[in-house]
Write a protein that binds this ligand. Sequence first.
Ligand code: SAH
Length: 376
Amino acid sequence: MTATPDNVLLGLNFQELTALMDQSGQPTYRARQLFDAIYAQRVISIEHISPLPLEFRRDLGNRGFQIGLPHIEKQFTSTDGTIRYLVKLSDEQTVETVWMPEGDGGESGDGSEAADEQFQSSERAWNRATICVSSQVGCAVDCQFCLTAQLKMKRNLSAGEIAGQVLAVLNERKVQPPNDRINLVFMGMGEPFLNYENFIKAVTLLVEGVGIPASRMTVSTAGIVPRIYDLGAEAIRPKLAISLNGSNDELRTRIMPINRKWNLEKLMAAAREFPLRNREKITFEYVLLDEVNDSPKNASEVAELIRGLRAKVNLIALNPGPGIAFRTPQERRVMEFQRILMASNIPTFIRKPRGRDIFAACGQLKRTVEISPVTG
Ligand code: SAH
């Protein structure tokens, strides 16, 4: 269900490039040269791959091959430094990818304040950033508070299109991992676990090719339970975040219909069985909707669900949007929710919205041109 032409190199792993070299009558070591050029050097065109003989570069071109990096069509810059990129794919569909200097991806929480200060003092002084990556065009999950849901499901992204968003943004920002500290969160448009194979392949390419450690990546799921078990069995995998958002089945089903298929009992069982590594925690995300899921009782129920798990909670006050029938709670309700969880010894963080003014915050990603008055 992807739309990547078969002459696109981006998205091929080392084995696939090796097979291509065999077919092309080239020595095997050229696969490594190509792999490094695509993922580590992030060349934009085959002509630029200087280790390859000119003749072979021409041959690939004549056969219609291209790197196939997605094109950044537009960008919107927030007052907080967040940049929302509109990324155009080969079939003219678009997805959004968000750059957040300081690394407030919600998944690490280690010293972002200091990094934030550094970033604000000068454009290139940041030392850490998070890229929020999309996995599908649109989304089928239908969470009632999320703008992407309004698009409905258009199509899966290929592995190349998922990894390609990162490459395009790194090129645009002139960033070089691992020297520049980049975190990735697979929390953009779509449900990564409903595009599991391509998502995992992209992760491997980003780890092995681009050099971003898997420990700096977090994938967030609305709760596709069988894929939580699959993720636990992967040799190379990001950290896991689960969008909880409801503290009991009745409530969660109302705002996340997917809960009918995989209810809290099944979801929490998968979370409990998830094989955590040393010092790793599961993140639970909880979007607070005013007077819907944000009462002290809800907070106690969340604490009860999570009891005994190595976990932390990220609270996100609703980011509003057109057609979203919920309100953002007052800060004191958010603080009270946090206090109750903390009293149960659950580390709980309040995620500050990033790029709300440019519709870049969680749940706000949609077709840019339609919803944003800002251009850039
Ligand atoms: N499909 C995946 C990843 C995309 S959503 C998932 O559901 O986890 C990423 C995060 O944004 C989720 O935790 C989701 O609950 C949250 N979110 C969605 N809409 C939001 C909104 N309007 N305001 C704040 N957070 C939102």
